[in-house]
Design a protein around this ligand. Structure first.
Ligand SMILES: C[S@@+](CC[C@H](N)C(=O)[O-])C[C@H]1O[C@@H](n2cnc3c(N)ncnc32)[C@H](O)[C@@H]1O
Length: 258
């Protein structure tokens, strides 16, 4: 059984409490959108599970959105379809109803990933596309030096990609998605070459892992990163990232076909 918070959120994050700053820091990035579109292929009827405010939904497809959090549903722009209040683990659709299905930046929050993905497979005839982070790679990022707790939390929350693939069955691929230097979707690695931007608490708040970090961890992160930016220590070691057009980190697309 799924437990819901006051705004309907399930899983480990209360989206009503995270706040509306999310919308300005988590805008879909058009370069990442191309990878998602390619993975969906020519599918017309597409299911988006954990759809949030509708990032990466294309007007060129008939999208059905599922989103349990009322505050997230309310953030959907008027041009998009209204999201259905349901959870991945119990999808209110018939077998094979969709050409393709996607779930983006969401599986790490589900209470039962295996059941949720089996549901997605059940209702989809074509590809199921998951945009997520590979937990084996999340600590290979400079942020680990300054906020290890946050990336330890990320590494624990993200399901291993093999588990995702096994739950879906069939044939699957894992593709690294390069993160652009000016990425508009503010997950942690989006700031790989712009460390100063992560000093803004609102930017961090838009990444749910930070909501699990305590005040001590946040204060230490702020103090030590500021210090290393001022002294030039960060740039000595990581400054090459400021000019790198893309970063191949932990962001991946898992794509499974029956
Ligand atoms: C980080 S947001 C991502 C939203 C959107 N996909 C995007 O890329 O902007 C994760 C979303 O997954 C939803 N979610 C969490 N657990 C879920 C579940 N069990 N079933 C469906 N959606 C869930 C949350 O309510 C939240 O809106």
């Amino acid at each position: 059984m799924t437990t819901r918070t006051q705004d309907g959120s399930v899983g480990d994050v209360a989206h009503g409490a995270i706040g509306s700053g999310h919308a300005s820091f988590r805008r879909p990035d058009e370069r990442i959108a191309r990878f998602v579109a390619e993975a969906l292929g020519d599918a017309r009827k597409v299911l988006n599970v954990g759809a949030g405010a509708g990032s990466y939904e294309s007007a060129a497809r008939a999208v059905t959105a599922v989103e349990p959090s009322e505050s997230m549903r309310a953030r959907r722009p008027t041009g998009l379809t209204r999201a259905i209040d349901a959870v991945a683990e119990e999808l209110p659709f018939a077998d094979g109803e969709f050409d393709a299905a996607m779930t983006l930046f969401s599986v790490h929050q589900w209470s039962d990933v295996r059941t949720g993905l089996r549901e997605m497979r059940r209702v989809t005839v074509g590809p199921v596309v998951i945009l997520t982070c590979d937990p084996a790679l999340v600590r290979d990022f400079w942020l680990y030096r300054y906020a290890p707790e946050v990336l330890d939390i990320e590494a624990r929350r993200y399901p291993p990609v093999e588990e995702l693939a096994a739950a879906l069955g069939g044939a699957w691929t894992v593709q690294t998605v390069p993160v652009p230097l000016d990425c508009t979707d503010g997950f942690n690695e989006a700031y790989y070459g712009r460390p100063e931007l992560l000093l803004d608490p609102a930017a961090r708040q838009a990444c749910s892992a930070w909501s699990f970090a305590d005040d001590h961890a946040r204060e230490r992160f702020d103090r030590t990163l500021r210090r290393d930016l001022e002294s030039g220590v960060w740039d000595e070691e990581f400054g090459h990232l400021r000019g790198r057009p893309t970063y191949e980190g932990s962001l991946v697309i898992v794509r499974a076909t029956p």
